[in-house]
Design a protein around this ligand. Structure first.
Ligand SMILES: Nc1ncnc2c1ncn2[C@@H]1O[C@H](COP(=O)(O)OP(=O)(O)OP(=O)(O)O)[C@@H](O)[C@H]1O
Length: 231
């Protein structure tokens, strides 16, 4: 469904991604790991079309989309939840969720019931302002807003970072539900090996802007992970 071939990108003079090859199949949960600063967020921004590809190519359903802008990528079904809580603080939870429908297929007008069902806490807070929610609730709101558009691929940048353990468990449950439904693939940036092993179909580990290791969870031993993950 999504294929990257030798992708390179960066900021100004500095090149961050080096010859990145990556493959995501429909419905898969693919995890991207690696130390801080190795380029994981840069890879998601490049996938979303926020950063330009300097060399290499990106393919979606077999079609080359390397030069497509973010809006066009969103319209074909790529959703993105950036790092940090990207909710609108002055808008209500309902209004934040409705914004997610902007890129939904066939001009959907209502927040899908199954999405609300995955986040029961949000259902009780529809009229509260986004900025009044706790950090963990805001993260859930950003996640739900992206799901409201019914993406075929969802890019999640460290959704569990700095979140209390009970909400981390809720986020894990939602990822597993999405995986079981099989309609939406996920590319998840995540630092916790335990979390990754509980959700991943396939794992990529980055180092210095390149893919250093990849495989199915059972193929990748603990020792090999530690080499790339410990500081
Ligand atoms: N807006 C930017 N302008 C210039 N350089 C940047 C920018 N954002 C990130 N970088 C640099 O790009 C490199 C990769 O950063 P990136 O945020 O992609 O790493 P990461 O693996 O996601 O780490 P983290 O988990 O800390 O977010 C780093 O050297 C970083 O300093």
């Amino acid at each position: 469904m999504l294929l990257l071939k030798g992708v390179e990108s960066g900021y100004g003079e500095s090149m961050v991604l080096r010859q990145v090859h990556l493959d995501i199949k429909p419905g898969q949960v693919v995890c991207l790991m690696g130390r801080n600063g190795v380029g994981k967020s840069t890879l998601l921004r490049t996938l979303m079309g926020i950063l330009k590809v300097r060399s290499g190519s990106i393919h979606w359903d077999g079609k080359e989309v390397t030069k497509w802008d973010s809006a066009k990528r969103a319209r074909v079904g790529i959703g993105y939840v950036p790092q940090g809580r990207d909710v609108f603080p002055q808008m209500s939870v309902r209004e934040n969720l409705l914004l997610g429908l902007e890129t939904a297929p066939k001009g959907a007008k209502e927040i899908p019931a199954d999405v609300l069902g995955m986040f029961p806490v949000l259902k009780t807070m529809m009229d509260r302002q986004g900025g009044d929610l706790s950090g963990g609730q805001q993260q859930q709101l950003a996640f739900a807003r992206a799901l409201a558009a019914k993406p075929r691929l969802l890019l999640l940048d460290e959704p569990t970072e700095g979140i209390q353990p009970s909400i981390v468990d809720d986020i894990r449950d939602v990822i597993i539900q999405i995986k079981n439904q099989g309609d939406t693939a996920i590319l998840l940036v995540e630092q916790s090996e335990e979390f990754v092993r509980s959700v991943a179909d396939y794992i990529y580990v980055m180092d210095k802007g390149a893919i250093a290791m990849q495989g199915e969870p059972e193929e990748l031993g603990l020792a090999s992970f530690e080499h790339y993950l410990t500081v």
